[in-house]
Design a protein around this ligand. Structure first.
Ligand SMILES: [Zn+2]
Length: 400
């Protein structure tokens, strides 16, 4: 029986992307993972160090119905370390989240360390932000860490360049990313064969193994982006991400890259725009054919008192909310908006109560996830252009 299963599972994919509806470039689908289906387009809350900051997993799961969250390889590798996570049965068991997870490769985080890191053909040497120790991250190390974490979707180890990088810099970096993608693929396949993945689960019509996504780089240079996509598709992955956007370039540049690259991407596989963005960025990128997003904005801004609402951003510190009994967003059905006023949230924030961050983070995540729910429904019912127009008009009507 087990022989039969392993023979069958070796021919099955790790993920299956079911394309359900399309309007223009915008598409709605279902991403079938070993830990359940994920309707797309989807927003993935960021769980940096084994926690989506400021919210309990029960609420993310039961109230907000998040189907997938993101974990950061760099942070978890440095602390608590993969030996600890392995000993605790992988990341899902360690943190108490049973649904799907995507892990980044750590490439972006070490790149963000700036002067603290040194990049070579072999990998990146850097000083740990935790204790200053010298560390080395490479495609091989990143794949080993992500196998130990046991996420459903693993990202290749890539190199990023700033949005304003010169052609030569961007070209050199993009070529290095392609060589690292090949090394990531080889190590990943070897680790899957060795069953190093701590998250393995039997799943209907799927292999139960991890999936691996490639990343398209090339900064703002469209011909480099196209070359990067070709090289990445040639290696072959379960999905494709666009990396290196939202790193300081103009927003028009970001959409120019997306407009150019997305139509060239394989139509039958998921497309992930990394690290983007505001609610309006999400809706605009969906209109251009993107299926998956992650961003720290709802959680980070939740901790600094900024709420995202259907009428734009709202800063809870403002004196104008002192006696305002309205919720953050009267269009929002979340439990915070059902119960609490702007006046109360402002009071909590000004007195330094941790509940302020918790409640605003909760609302922000609800708003991002609800927005994507609305996007999906409108694509399925053929009303996405109307949804997009009304969403944008409402956002621009002022924060009150
Ligand atoms: Zn709300």
């Amino acid at each position: 029986m087990s022989t039969h299963q392993s023979t069958a599972s070796s021919t099955l994919p790790a993920l299956r992307f079911e394309h359900v509806a399309q309007q223009g470039e915008a598409r709605a689908g279902v991403l079938h993972t070993r830990r359940g289906p994920i309707e797309t387009p989807v927003f993935m809350p960021v769980g940096t160090a084994g926690t989506v900051k400021g919210i309990r997993f029960e609420q993310l799961e039961r109230e907000l119905d998040a189907r997938i969250i993101l974990g950061n390889t760099y942070h978890l590798w440095l602390r608590p370390g993969i030996e600890t996570i392995r000993a605790c049965g992988g990341l899902h068991r360690f943190i108490g989240w049973e649904r799907a997870m995507l892990t980044d490769s750590g490439g972006f985080q070490v790149w963000s360390l700036g002067a603290l890191r040194k990049i070579s053909e072999e990998g990146t040497e850097f000083r740990s932000h935790v204790d200053g120790s010298l560390q080395f991250l490479s495609p091989e190390v990143s794949m080993e860490v992500q196998a130990a974490l046991g996420s459903e979707i693993v990202m290749v180890f890539d190199e990023c360049v700033p949005g304003e990088a010169t052609y030569e810099e961007a070209q050199k970096s993009m070529q290095l990313t392609a060589r690292w993608a090949r090394r990531s693929r080889d190590t990943f396949d070897r680790l899957q064969a060795a069953r190093a993945d701590t998250g393995y689960v039997e799943a209907r019509n799927l292999s139960g193994s991890q999936a691996l996504f490639g990343i398209v780089q090339g900064a703002s240079h469209l011909d480099l982006r196209r070359a990067s996509l070709e090289q990445t598709v040639e290696i072959g992955f379960d999905g494709y991400a666009i990396g290196g956007l939202s790193v300081g370039e103009e927003k028009s540049v970001m959409f120019e890259v997306i407009d150019d690259v997305v139509p060239q991407m394989p139509p039958d596989q998921p497309r992930y725009l990394m690290g983007v963005g505001t609610p309006e960025d999400l809706v605009e990128a969906v209109a251009r054919g993107i299926d998956m997003f992650d961003c720290v904005l709802p959680t980070r801004n939740g901790r600094t008192g900024q709420a995202f609402t259907s009428r734009g951003k709202l800063n809870i510190k403002n004196a104008q909310w002192t006696r305002d009994t309205r919720p953050l967003d009267d269009q929002c059905g979340c439990s915070v908006c059902q119960k609490h006023s702007r006046a109360y949230l402002r009071h909590l924030y000004l007195t330094g109560e941790m509940l302020a961050s918790i409640l605003i983070t909760h609302h922000n995540l609800a708003f991002f996830l609800d927005t994507m729910r609305g996007v999906r429904q409108s694509i399925r019912s053929g009303e996405f252009p109307k949804f997009r127009r009304e969403f944008t008009e409402r956002l621009n009507t002022s924060g009150e």
